[in-house]
Design a protein. Sequence first.
Length: 227
Amino acid sequence: MKILLIEDEVKLSEYLRKGLGEAGYNVNVVHNGVDGLHMALEGSHDLVILDGMLPGIDGFTLLTALRKTRQTPVLMLTARVSVEDRVRGLQTGADDYLVKPFAFSELCARVQVLLRRTHGARDAGEPTVLGLADLELDLIRRKASRAGQHIELTAKEFLLLALFLRRKGEVLSRTEIAEQVWDMNFDSDTNVVEVAIRRLRTKMDVNFDKPLLHTVRGMGYVMEERS
Ligand code: CA
């Protein structure tokens, strides 16, 4: 899931970027309204977190411009507790708002609700639990298990496993995995993907009868049940 954070307070945006990153989201941060609007209009994000007071273009103007073409869910951050600000934000097309200062856990909860709401509507067919053989991944409770045994995963391992399960039977290249899970392109000598896959395997394959995650030499990796 990709989140665009438009917030000019550097400390706050860094704190949120880190926290949301640890929660498993890919976060792009911009510090002014002009760049923010530009990136939001590209439409490659699942959610926008938008500060109301921004240099360049303020959050409300940005939202008005965005809503002309995009329905990306927007969570507004407002500095004041003024009712007019909240009403204005919601009328402009914000899906939810949070008044500063807020607890990170509250932000995270709002983000989850918004993403679930829009993705629930958009991909009504997508199951909330993915699985293969005796392996299960619950996307909402964010829990993994194999043969009924709980598997503790990091945020990146969770994303990695979700990617493999969504596309089981397909060979995924390292480059594609890097783009999907880390949202970046790696140099060919970087072994971040390999290291993460090795760790994931140790957790969900090594101690079980049948391996499910396979290496396809020179091509990448595939998750499938082999007899
Ligand atoms: Ca601000």
